[in-house]
Design a protein around this ligand. Structure first.
Ligand code: NAD
Ligand code: USQ
Length: 404
């Protein structure tokens, strides 16, 4: 159960960049459902990467046009869809902001898979160009629009590194004593574990710079791993179904385990499974974004940073929960990633909780939702796409060569 969000009462006009994606689509519907006016921007690059990888969402997602038409039929509400590339179509982005005059822009439009970002030099370069270029374009476009638009960016828990700070990870900033003895508050040091995670660290510096230089109002949400498929809104009509990634590059760990459990194939635990990570349910992603949209920082305030997580869990404990529920065994395979085999992770999420979020935790009741979705669309699964297909370096690729 979730409490009502701390709502200032006024409805906003929100541009959702990346609104066709896994987090962006349910968030767009939630914002629309709550009475905000939503404009989705997406260049459909995620759908194109599926084509490139020979994969597809397990759920049969409809085109953006069909999706927004179905939402209109179901809710009576309009969502506009605009196809443009945030990293490339700069003039169109400025024009859109000037014409629509949104209160906020929610920025999901980045290449978000760590494994894909490590696949090839081409994928590494694309991820940096797309993500850092897009973040910079957005800041420039807000400045050029001469409007006081609040930017809400989806960052990642991965900017902190995992267990590197030795205590509870605060929300974005740490107090330090600088050489010479002066006290200061600085961004938490960045310890990215992939090219993708590195782009989020670079984004964070851009937000900090543009806030200081141009007084942009920016919220950066350090989100954990999202799990689940549908939300109350996407469940309203089959044409609104959310995407579900299960492949080795884009599938995230809990959704992959739930899919593997439902398919009766061994769970792919990388290494010892001692990696501790933060998790959040997709329904809470949408709710957190609305809370962030409703609570912008004041002009001149430093970048607002929230940790957008419900709880932390060890990968092998998550595997155990799914194994117990499904009777499928956990298979410990060589880790394709260069990461700490075991880490602790303790994270503060006080800010969202203080604003009314009562987060959904990993419980097997909600696992059923994903399991049912997987069973329903089982025939669409390509079993050859389940094993990891990207390796952090040559050593990892060699160690993984024996996996079958
Ligand atoms: P996704 O790939 O499903 O969605 C991203 C969307 O952005 C896609 O529809 C894609 O086509 C679009 N896009 C990408 N580059 C674009 C560009 N240059 N111009 C226009 N559109 C573009 O990813 P997601 O899982 O929905 O993640 C959304 C955001 O949330 C990402 O920034 C990601 O880093 C962050 N995040 C995701 C998770 C997770 O577990 N899924 C966890 C933490 C943070
Ligand atoms: N893992 C397995 N088996 C699998 C898949 C993953 O053991 O089949 C392990 C990985 O080695 C890793 C952990 O599970 O230690 C998490 O992997 P993941 O793919 O679920 O998550 P990650 O690569 O960190 O990326 C995802 C999203 C990304 C987001 C991030 C939030 O794709 O966009 O930023 O979660 S966080 O992890 O908190 O930084």
């Amino acid at each position: 159960t979730l409490h009502a969000s701390a709502d200032s009462g006024d409805k906003k006009k929100v541009v959702v960049l990346g609104g066709d994606g896994f987090c962006g689509w349910p968030t767009s519907l939630h914002l629309s459902d709550q009475g905000h006016e939503v404009i989705i921007v997406d260049n459909l690059s995620r759908r194109n990467i599926d084509n490139e990888l020979g994969c597809d969402s397990l759920t049969p997602i409809q085109s953006p046009e069909v999706r927004v038409q179905a939402w209109k039929e179901v809710s009576g509400k309009d969502i506009k869809f605009v196809n443009l590339d945030v990293a490339k179509d700069y003039d169109l982005l400025v024009q859109l902001l000037k014409e629509e005059k949104p209160d906020s822009v929610v920025h999901f439009a980045e290449q978000r898979a760590a494994p894909y970002s490590m696949k090839t030099s081409k994928a590494k370069r694309y991820t940096v160009d797309n993500n850092v270029g897009g973040a910079n374009n957005l800041c420039c476009a807000v400045i050029d629009s001469e409007l006081d638009i609040h930017i809400v960016h989806l960052g990642t828990m991965g900017v902190y590194g995992y267990g590197t700070s030795g205590g509870e990870i605060p929300e974005g900033y740490i107090d330090v004593i600088l050489p010479g003895g002066r006290e200061s508050t600085i961004l938490h040091p960045a310890y990215p574990g992939s090219v993708y995670h590195a782009t989020k660290c670079l984004d964070a510096l851009l937000w900090q710079f543009y806030q200081k230089n141009d007084q942009l109002r920016i919220t950066d949400l350090h989100q954990g791993i999202v799990w689940g498929t549908n939300t109350p809104q996407t469940a309203k009509d089959e044409r609104l179904v959310n995407r579900f990634d299960y492949d080795g590059d884009y599938g995230t760990v809990l959704n992959r385990f739930l899919m593997q459990g439902a398919m009766g194939v061994p769970l792919t635990v990388y290494g010892t499974g001692g990696q501790t990570r933060a998790f959040i349910h997709i329904t809470d992603t949408a709710r957190c974004i609305e809370i962030a949209v409703n609570n912008p920082p004041a002009k001149g305030d430093r970048v607002e940073i929230f940790n957008q997580i419900a709880e932390t869990r060890r990968v092998r404990d998550v595997a155990k929960m799914v194994a117990e529920m499904t009777g499928v065994e956990a298979n410990f395979i060589p880790n394709p990633r260069q990461e700490a085999a075991e880490n602790e992770l303790d994270v503060s999420n006080k800010k969202f909780c203080n604003l009314g979020l009562d987060p959904i935790s990993l419980d097997t009741g909600l696992f059923d939702e994903v399991t049912e979705v997987v069973k329903k669309y089982k025939s669409r699964c390509n079993p050859r796409k389940i094993l990891p297909a990207s390796f952090w370096n040559k050593k990892r690729a060699e160690e993984c060569a024996s996996i079958d």
